[in-house]
Write a protein that binds this ligand. Structure first.
Ligand SMILES: Cc1cc2nc3c(=O)[nH]c(=O)nc-3n(C[C@H](O)[C@H](O)[C@H](O)COP(=O)(O)O)c2cc1C
Ligand code: SF4
Ligand code: SF4
Length: 291
């Protein structure tokens, strides 16, 4: 029977996590949630994993719609590893709820605090040099747990986060509709199309050789971080601000969202830009698909 780990990633932390777990399990396919869930079903899988970042204290919207459409073997060992920077909120509970409606029980859940990657808001922190080794260590421990098919109750939001979530986070979730409005392409763009190939939301198409954004952006930061010319900027114009004010989605973050030319960018050091373009891979590399 097959083993699959589905991941959503912008800057590689979650893909790296999927690879570490797959390496321990052996002969495991890791599948980006950019793929079509009907082509990569988990109907015949004995192990099914989900790995994703945390956005606004919950599971990223594209990961939600992927899992909602995915067929899963009800007898599989199912796990989740969420990769927040600090606050996981309801990111695991959200998945557990979707699975429950499909009659599937989440058997193992864990979180790994990772480098915060929202570079249009802040430089990456804590320092990748310090945090990545800790992340790697925790992931290897989690991989051992999963290899041993351990059971572990998934992490839940604290009472305080639960109480504040709706009020604090609803405006940010509203903001997602306009998340790609402020992207601006500079003259340095060489029309290489890499931004379009790394986008996990199929949100970028090249028109006349220049990227055009399709308004279903998750703000994952993949395009910004992968552009070889740093040609993608983020500047909220007066027009965008009016739009945000009109939609009541103005938040304190909106005031500081921008991408200064010297802003440090981030991608997990074990993941290349080419890796981010992949739809699926068998991992470890030498693994052979079972017949
Ligand atoms: C749009 C956005 C929202 C985020 N919201 C949260 C959050 O609510 N809590 C948190 O701990 N980290 C948050 N982060 C940080 C990411 O969850 C974290 O950096 C993650 O490890 C990135 O994973 P990736 O490299 O697989 O994309 C956010 C990042 C982005 C881009
Ligand atoms: S990755 Fe950068 S250089 Fe390449 S098409 Fe996109 S914006 Fe242009
Ligand atoms: S457009 Fe850029 S930030 Fe938005 S989802 Fe695609 S890669 Fe991520």
């Amino acid at each position: 029977m097959e083993r699959r780990i589905y991941y959503f990633t912008g800057t590689g932390n979650s893909m790296r996590a999927a690879r570490i777990i797959a390496e321990r399990l052996g002969n495991t396919e890791i599948v980006s949630m950019r793929a079509d869930p009907s082509e990569y079903t988990a109907k015949n899988c004995e192990i099914v994993g989900f790995v994703y970042p945390v956005y606004h204290w919950t599971m990223p919207a594209p990961a939600v719609s992927f899992v909602e459409k995915l067929d899963i073997n009800p007898k599989a060992y199912v796990f989740v590893v969420a990769m927040p920077s600090f606050v996981c909120g309801i990111a695991c509970e959200r998945l557990a709820g979707i699975l429950e409606r499909k009659g599937i029980r989440l058997q193992y859940g864990n979180i790994v605090n990772s480098v915060a990657n929202y570079v249009i808001v802040y430089p990456p922190f804590p320092s990748p040099k310090l945090r990545v080794p800790k992340t790697e260590k925790k992931l290897r421990k989690i991989a051992e747990d999963i290899f041993a098919r351990k059971m572990r109750d998934y992490p839940r939001a604290s009472r305080m986060i639960r109480r504040k979530r709706e009020r604090v986070m609803t405006p940010y979730l509203e903001l997602q509709k306009y998340a790609d409005n402020p992207f601006a392409i500079s003259e340095d763009c060489i029309s290489c199309g890499l931004c379009s190939r790394v986008c996990p939301c199929h949100n970028i198409v090249l028109e006349g050789g220049k990227p055009s954004f399709r308004h279903h952006c998750a703000n994952c930061m993949a395009c910004v971080t992968s552009c070889p010319k740093r040609a993608i900027g983020y500047e909220i114009t007066e027009g965008d601000r009016k739009l945000l004010d009109a939609s009541n989605s103005g938040t304190p973050l909106v005031k500081i969202m921008r991408l200064p030319p010297k802003r440090k960018l981030y991608r997990n050091p074990y993941i290349t830009v080419n890796d981010l373009t992949k739809e699926s891979e068998l991992w470890p590399k030498e693994a052979k698909q079972e017949k």
